[in-house]
Design a protein around this ligand. Structure first.
Ligand code: UDP
Length: 192
């Protein structure tokens, strides 16, 4: 086995990562590519859990901006993440690695409920675990949930890929060329 830096990781995948160039919806060839990359890392001996977003389907904030009740709009967003999780599971399975979906909103026919100890057991058995439905709570994003899941299932690292951005900046670096990237950032600095 290769000398691996991290034994167990959470990978946060934004919904857009599954949408291809269109930026919305589910794009099977794109998901197949993602699944193949996951398999490569898995084959190194890394245990992988994935938190998948739903921005390719729907964002609660956008629904609220168009007059919907925010919590209701957020539940639609969470259901979108479950669709993504199922698509991802399919292609990870097809790549030869067993995958399981766990959802924070119970839907027994399509996925297991979120059960941290069981998720750990899946990882130990070499399965990839895909977490859907975020935290199951409105007013959250799947980024927050990624950190929570990484802590609860004892991951060594949380890997987050954000729309071409390599760190935390004081402004959007895609729009502002003078945006400053922080190498370190304390909690109180972030609040300020
Ligand atoms: N969402 C939520 N609670 C959660 C996770 C997600 O309400 O715990 C909703 C929220 O409306 C969000 C949508 O699901 O806009 C999609 O999730 P997110 O924006 O995190 O997806 P990503 O940007 O990663 O694709």
């Amino acid at each position: 086995m290769a000398d691996i830096k991290y034994k167990r990781v959470v990978l946060k995948l934004s919904g857009e990562a599954l949408a291809g160039e269109a930026g919305h919806g589910i794009n099977p060839p794109e998901i197949r590519k993602v699944a193949e990359e996951i398999k490569e890392v898995h084959d190194l001996g890394v245990e992988i859990a994935i938190v998948v977003g739903g921005g390719n389907m729907w964002r609660g904030e956008a629904g609220a901006a168009m007059g919907m009740e925010r919590a209701q709009a957020d539940y639609i967003g969470m259901l979108g993440t479950v669709m993504n999780a199922l698509a991802l599971q399919d292609f990870i399975d097809q790549s030869g690695i067993p995958a399981r979906v766990q959802t924070a909103i119970t839907m027994a026919q399509v996925a297991e409920p979120y059960l941290p100890l069981r998720a750990i057991r899946h990882l130990e058995k070499g399965r990839v675990v895909v977490f859907g439905a975020g935290a199951g709570l409105p007013y959250f994003s799947t980024d927050t949930v990624s950190a929570q899941r990484a802590l609860e299932i004892h991951c060594d690292e949380l890997l987050v890929a954000k729309n071409g951005v390599d760190g935390v900046y004081d402004d959007d670096p895609n729009k502002n060329p003078d945006a400053h990237r922080f190498d370190t950032l304390t909690y109180s600095e972030a609040l300020r």
